[in-house]
Design a binder for this molecule. Sequence first.
Ligand SMILES: [Mg+2]
Length: 433
Amino acid sequence: MSDLKIINARVIDLRFPTSREQIGSDAVNVDPDYSAAYCILETDHGPNGYGLTFTLGRGTELCVEALRYLSHFAVGRTLSSITDDLGAFYRLLTSDSQFRWLGPEKGVIHLATGALINAVWDLYARVEGKPLWKLLADMDAEEIVRAIDFRYITDALTRDEALDLLNQRKAGMDARLAQLQKTGHPAYTTSVGWFGFSDEKIVRLADEALAQGWTHFKLKVGGEAQDDLRRARLVRREIGEHNKLMVDANQKWDIGEAIERTRMLSDVNLWWMEEPTSPDDILGHARIRREVPEVRIATGEHCHNRVMFKQFMQANAIDVCQIDSCRLAGVNENLAVMLMAAKFNIPVCPHAGGVGLCEFVQHLSAFDFLRVSTTLEDRVTEFVDHLHEHFVDPVRIRNAHYVLPDKPGYSGEIYPETLQDYNYPHGRFWRDA
Ligand SMILES: [Mg+2]
């Protein structure tokens, strides 16, 4: 295919009314309407590129505006002028001398950067005729490393170390690919234990999930201490001792309380405690981890860039690295964090759910196994069973594993009718609501 030119970026404010059924509810985010700032890169010929960043409803318009601004850096360019140096494109988006003041590399503008970069990678993979995981897995170590901005992380991982790691770990990729094609990538379910669900509903959903073959279950906590413990014991009773139970406090507690509550919940044999406190409190996480050594500490879905992740790792503050395909600025920065995690020997268990996150992270997890971590031990990728019907190439789960995607792209394309109906505030759904 001759070189495509990006001639337009359509940016859409997309919102789903999930709060009405308490889907996605937790101790802090009590009424999420799963939403996205959505981006379509239209080209002069050939496929379009589809990307998004995940939001919770109100405020999506801020991401939409930031994304509109940033998309000017892509429109008018040929795809190859971007993909020839993906690291330079990342640096361009994150270094705009005035816009950068709003971050840098965090918050609204970083979320928007993620949407645009994800759209570029989707387009790249479509043009190459490969699912994103395969595009990445087939790349030379040099090409992968060129996509990464090493600024601010060379004290933890240098470019040469990343190259060596990728080169050394390429061995055995064919066998790992055969394994993924056969069994898929291990997943866990968060769908059974949303904060707003009743005890009866949690028990019923846990039973159903067990029957479907799930082995790893996550429950939302952060309510009254006795309620949390009761709910955790209920789930533990339903799933038995041999299955894994994780809990997620979604940043609810101060450090002292987080230590106390993690200790209390360790009674049900937790596989991890997720987001016990502020996502920015690196030393706080380290202290919780030190003082409750029997429970592994997980965080990352609100870890706003590679520099924060670097410090969590350097400070021995986390046991589980929960990358987010959109909170970090798209594929490039996720590559940086996966490589750092490999160096620090910390398992990557991506955050997913919301809208489109499962579709994205399945590619990142597959790549991580094929080229970076090379192991599935202690690796599970989050799965939440909502909104997949709106995607042209939705995730497929078989026996609690993500089936390896096989269509070209990054799986983020949403049906045009959905984009129309759930467009905020003018789409049919919101207009008539
Ligand atoms: Mg979480």
